[in-house]
Design a protein around this ligand. Structure first.
Ligand code: GFP
Ligand code: GFP
Length: 833
């Protein structure tokens, strides 16, 4: 039976309930309280780190009150909820965002000041939560911010990696070194361990049938999943959603018998192997597959999340057929696809739901988003590995496949090739399981992340499935970014100017980004342009100060700032950029001092991490660093060209770079970048864009007007043909693109350090040239020339910059999350009073 609430005297409970600390005296009181109790420190020995922790704990208390009420409202009103399963969440820092969303930034500023500290200094004490590699994880973080801000009942589920993405160091010779990221070594004020939320997760063992035909999975290894909750406050609302992160723990912590028998190693062995599951985030080079630990992570996470979702659903006391009315589960990329056979296992084996009914429930509960069409990134698991680790799930996948292929056979009788193309099992040695196909057939809807990408999906990976299911199962939701972090927080100067100009409260345009269009009528106004330019200049100086503090060099903040920051990958073509820099350097060198004076001074920034095992990407970093070394030391060109590789790219570093850029580069080979999201951030901050006709660049061009984007390069339609030509009718690079040939030859000749080092990289361009640098280099150089000319005319440049920002409304993640809520998950806002 249900327990009576509250136990004891209701009045005593009510008197004990705490209200939010939202005035300065209450805030300082709560900070001092945390200094005294939570930290057990005192005024006389408190440093910035301690002050940060106590202040953050005080803000957390406020968030928790909202979190509690939000969860209570969900429990009482039982809305349909969405669960966002993403193996990466690139949250960055939490504190500043929490204060903004709580609407308490000014109060905390004042309160902290009264205690003798500066809030801005405290904010930088926080470690980034870097539980992700790049776009996928940062998108998930933006979506959580938007779901709370839009009052949508959405929870995220992921893993609590003890070490996030590695710290990047640059050795004196320019190579990338990797160090662990011990982000949890100090108190993390923003998480709550839930010792009452733990599940047992099984690996290995046997899948057998009982006499009455039921499947049982037993034996093997069992580990515990322990929940940690991270509060996700909404902007201008009480709604505070949850990100639940799982930590792996041994089921029986310590083998006391072995220890007593003197075998210490053995005593801790089981515990180490269990803890390893959530110890590190896998770096992404799009080929890190076939690793047992990675498969273990995926199963551990999806099994714990489903156990939690099913427990919550069962507390509603509804039949299982109602699950899709209460839960939508978003599979973000293929990493959580195991949730499909896992839900089948729970329903069929544990809850005795008939197979066909269970499959109906599954295919109405899951939704799948693909984030890349790179063939090497499509996850496949070798059957033998899978069978060893998850024997029952393999049987389930075989059964799903059999039923599915029967229905394909029915629709396309006798089409053997189609059956083998669409099978969940790819023939070969070993056989492999195609996870993307499992995600497609197990989901209600499938989408890509920008118009072009969604079209390409339908024409390639999903082609057979479109023919089988019809087109309506396949859609598009163009990515978005949260304007709270990516404009208001990272660019307070611009935010203030916008608010002052639009003459509406900040909260209005930050929640309805189309309102930025109100800036258009000032685009030509010289007074406004002047203020606009001043904000950019301040941001550039702020970045220059950071560079001076970290690299010890003085940057020319008067020059144009040109930025390319993203994961290092051949398809993103940082190579094109650095080859372009070299070309520019030679061009400047060849000029007379008089001619040079007419050139547009430029500072080129690179930042980004290469997956530790990605040899070519690491060579690119090495080349950039060594080019920078040579170019920055050359007195002839120094005033016109500087190059920097900023180590250890992170969300926090992006928050400095994005507002400071005049132009940013998004120059992937057409058809390879699914969307890109940093392109949106730069434009939102009034930076212009040089890019290929790829991913979301295209839609940005449609919104802000093509005349405001510097597009170049071949179109997607041409790529396949060009690659064919390169393979079967190669033309020597000297003939195809003399300018690029010259650059490569100079690198080979040792202009930027030992040429031999770079041969493997240069050969990827000289032979085969899969990413088509030889095809795009000339038009790239031409586009950069147009950028220079445009920048020299500041009046027209500023107009472009203002219009760019003004027309970015579409790219708010609020728009994207509402699209998912309405068109996919069928969930509605629930306002927490
Ligand atoms: C959630 C939270 C609990 C909280 C309740 C409130 O529970 O900590 O006390 O909501 O109703 F996790 P479940 O939805 O997970 O049961
Ligand atoms: C991937 C794609 C990007 C896309 C993001 C988010 O990024 O084009 O913008 O996902 O959808 F490649 P990474 O995680 O690979 O960086």
């Amino acid at each position: 039976g249900k327990e009576k609430w509250p136990r004891g005297d209701e009045k005593v409970w009510k008197d004990g309930l705490r209200a939010a600390d939202d005035d300065v005296p209450s805030i300082t009181k709560s900070i001092v309280h945390h200094v005294q109790t939570s930290l057990s420190r005192q005024a006389y020995n408190l440093d910035d780190l301690g002050a940060y922790q106590a202040t953050a704990l005080s803000a957390k208390d406020n968030m928790l009150l909202n979190w509690n009420e939000t969860q209570l409202a969900y429990t009482r009103k039982q809305p349909k909820r969405a669960y966002y399963l993403c193996i990466e969440y690139l949250m960055g820092r939490t504190f500043d965002n929490a204060l903004l969303n709580l609407g308490l930034k000014d109060q905390y500023h004042e309160g902290v000041g009264k205690l003798g500290f500066n809030l801005e200094d405290l904010l930088t004490q926080e470690r980034d939560a870097a539980l992700g590699n790049g776009g996928l994880g940062r998108l998930a973080a933006c979506y959580l911010d938007s779901s709370s801000s839009q009052e949508l009942p959405v929870w995220g589920y992921s893993l609590r990696y003890k070490y996030g993405i590695f710290q990047q160091l640059i050795a004196p010779d320019g190579s990338q070194l990797e160090a662990p990221d011990p982000w949890l070594e100090h108190l993390n004020p923003f998480e709550i361990p839930r010792y009452d939320v733990q599940y047992e997760i099984r690996f290995y063992g046997q899948a057998e049938r009982t006499a009455d035909g039921r499947a049982v999975w037993s034996g093997g290894q069992e580990v515990l999943a322990l929940a940690y909750d991270v509060m996700i406050p909404g902007y201008g609302t009480k709604n505070t959603n949850n990100l639940r992160l799982w930590e792996s723990k041994p089921k029986r912590g310590f083998d006391l018998q072995s220890f007593n028998a003197g075998d210490y190693e053995r005593a801790v062995e089981a515990s180490n192997s269990a803890e390893a599951i959530t110890s590190v985030l896998y770096p992404n080079d799009n080929t890190t597959f076939g690793k047992e630990l990675r498969l273990k992570q995926q199963y551990f996470w999806t099994a714990a999340s489903l156990a939690d979702i099913i427990r919550r659903f069962k507390s509603l006391e509804k039949p299982f057929s109602a699950l899709p009315d209460y839960a939508a589960i978003q599979l973000n990329d293929t990493h959580p696809t195991l949730a499909i056979p896992e839900l089948m296992r729970i329903l069929v084996d544990e809850e005795e739901v008939p197979w066909n009914s269970a499959w109906d429930i599954v295919t109405n509960t899951f939704f799948f988003t693909n984030h890349t069409v790179l063939p090497e990134a499509l996850e496949k698991w070798p059957v033998p590995l899978f069978e060893h680790l998850l024997p029952r799930h393999l049987q389930i996948i075989y059964d799903i496949n059999m039923t599915f292929l029967q229905s394909v056979e029915k629709k396309f009788p006798g089409d053997r090739e189609r059956l083998s193309r669409m099978s969940l099992i790819e023939e070969g040695f070993p056989k492999q399981i195609r996870m993307a196909y499992l995600a497609i057939i197990g989901s209600r809807k499938v989408n890509g992340v920008a118009e072009l990408h969604s079209q390409l999906l339908k024409a390639t990976i999903c082609k057979d499935f479109v023919e089988f299911y019809g087109i309506s199962k396949f859609g598009n939701v163009t990515n978005g970014v949260t304007p709270r972090r990516w404009l208001d927080q990272c660019n307070p100067g611009l935010s203030a100017l916008i608010t002052e100009t639009l003459k509406i409260p900040k909260s209005e345009w930050l929640k309805d980004l189309k309102k930025l269009e109100g800036l258009i009528k000032y685009a030509d106004d010289p007074q406004f342009q002047k203020k606009w330019a001043a904000v950019k200049q301040t941001n550039k100086e702020r970045l220059a100060q950071y560079v001076e503090a970290t690299l010890g060099v003085k940057v020319n903040a008067k020059a144009m700032f040109d930025v390319q920051v993203k994961r290092l990958h051949e398809y993103k073509r940082q190579t094109l950029n650095i080859f372009g820099v070299i070309h520019r350097y030679f061009t400047l060198k060849a000029m007379t001092p008089e001619e040079r004076k007419k050139a547009n001074p430029r500072v080129v920034f690179f930042a980004g991490k290469a997956a530790p095992g990605y040899y070519i990407a690491k060579l690119v970093i090495r080349l950039i660093v060594n080019v920078a070394r040579v170019v920055n030391a050359d007195p002839d060109t120094k005033d016109y060209l500087e190059v920097y590789f900023l180590p250890d790219y992170s969300v926090s570093l992006a928050e400095l770079l994005v507002p400071a850029s005049n132009i940013s580069q998004h120059i992937s080979t057409a058809g390879t970048e699914a969307s890109g999201t940093s392109n949106m951030k730069f434009c939102l901050n009034g930076g212009l864009l040089v890019g290929t006709v790829d991913g979301a660049n295209i839609e940005i061009g449609e919104e802000i007007g093509e005349e405001n984007v510097f597009f170049f390069g071949h179109l997607t339609e041409a790529v396949e043909d060009l690659r064919y030509q390169h393979t079967y009718h190669p033309v020597p690079i000297e003939q195809k693109c003399p300018a690029l040939a010259h650059v490569l030859n100079e690198i080979s000749a040792g202009k930027f350090g030992d040429g031999q080092t770079y041969e493997p990289l240069l050969n990827t361009v000289r032979h085969h040239d899969h990413y088509l640098l030889t095809e795009d280099f000339q038009s790239y150089i031409d586009a950069l020339k147009l950028v220079d000319e445009a920048y020299l005319n500041q009046t027209t440049w500023l107009k472009k910059s203002i219009i760019t920002c003004a027309k970015m409304g579409k790219f708010s993640s609020d728009r994207a999350i509402l699209d998912y809520a309405e068109e996919y998950w069928s969930i509605e806002p629930l306002k927490v009073e």
